[in-house]
Write a protein that binds this ligand. Structure first.
Ligand SMILES: [Cu+2]
Length: 145
C-alpha cells in the first residue's frame, strides 16, 4: 500500500529534479539574423605566417566563456574540419581543429602549416556549446606560403 504511494512520489520527484537539468542542457537560441564572418583574410587569399585572422559578428554580442548573457557568445576557429564532424548540441572540445577564444577575442594571430586550409568561425555560448541554430560562417580557404 505504502509502496503504491511512494513510487508515484518518487517518479514526480525524479521528474522535478530532471526537468531543470534538461532545461539547462537545451541549446541557447540564436537571435534571428545573427551572423559570424571573416573580416580578414579574404577567401582565397595567400598569406604568410604568422596569420592574423579578424572575426566579425553581427546581431549578437561577444561575452567571455562562462558569462551567461542573452544573445552573446565567443568565437571558435574551425581549421580543416567539416561541420558534420562536430556535435553541435554539446560543449565543443578544444583541439587544434577547434580553437577557442573564450576571452572574447575578436582576432587571433597564429601559425598555420604551409599549404591550403579551410577555415570557419563558429560561435559558442557560455558553455562552449553552439547556439540553436548554430551561428557559423561560410568557409574560407587560405593558402599559407
Ligand atoms: Cu569555447
Amino acid at each position: 500500500m505504502t509502496c503504491l504511494f511512494r513510487r508515484p512520489a518518487a517518479a514526480i520527484l525524479t521528474a522535478l529534479l530532471t526537468l531543470p537539468t534538461l532545461a539547462l542542457a537545451q541549446p541557447v537560441p540564436a537571435p534571428e539574423g545573427a551572423e559570424v564572418y571573416f573580416i580578414s583574410p579574404a577567401d582565397g587569399a595567400t598569406v604568410a605566417n604568422p596569420v592574423t585572422i579578424r572575426f566579425g559578428l553581427r546581431g549578437m554580442g561577444i561575452a567571455p566563456a562562462g558569462a551567461d548573457w542573452d544573445n552573446t557568445g565567443h568565437h571558435h576557429l574551425l581549421v580543416n574540419i567539416e561541420p558534420s564532424e562536430i556535435a553541435m548540441d554539446e560543449s565543443l572540445p578544444a583541439t587544434d581543429q577547434i580553437r577557442h577564444f573564450g576571452g572574447g577575442q575578436t582576432e587571433a594571430t597564429l601559425e598555420l602549416s604551409a599549404g591550403t586550409h579551410t577555415l570557419r568561425l563558429l560561435l559558442g555560448d557560455y558553455s562552449h556549446t553552439p547556439h540553436d541554430p548554430p551561428v557559423m560562417s561560410d568557409p574560407i580557404t587560405v593558402t599559407v606560403e
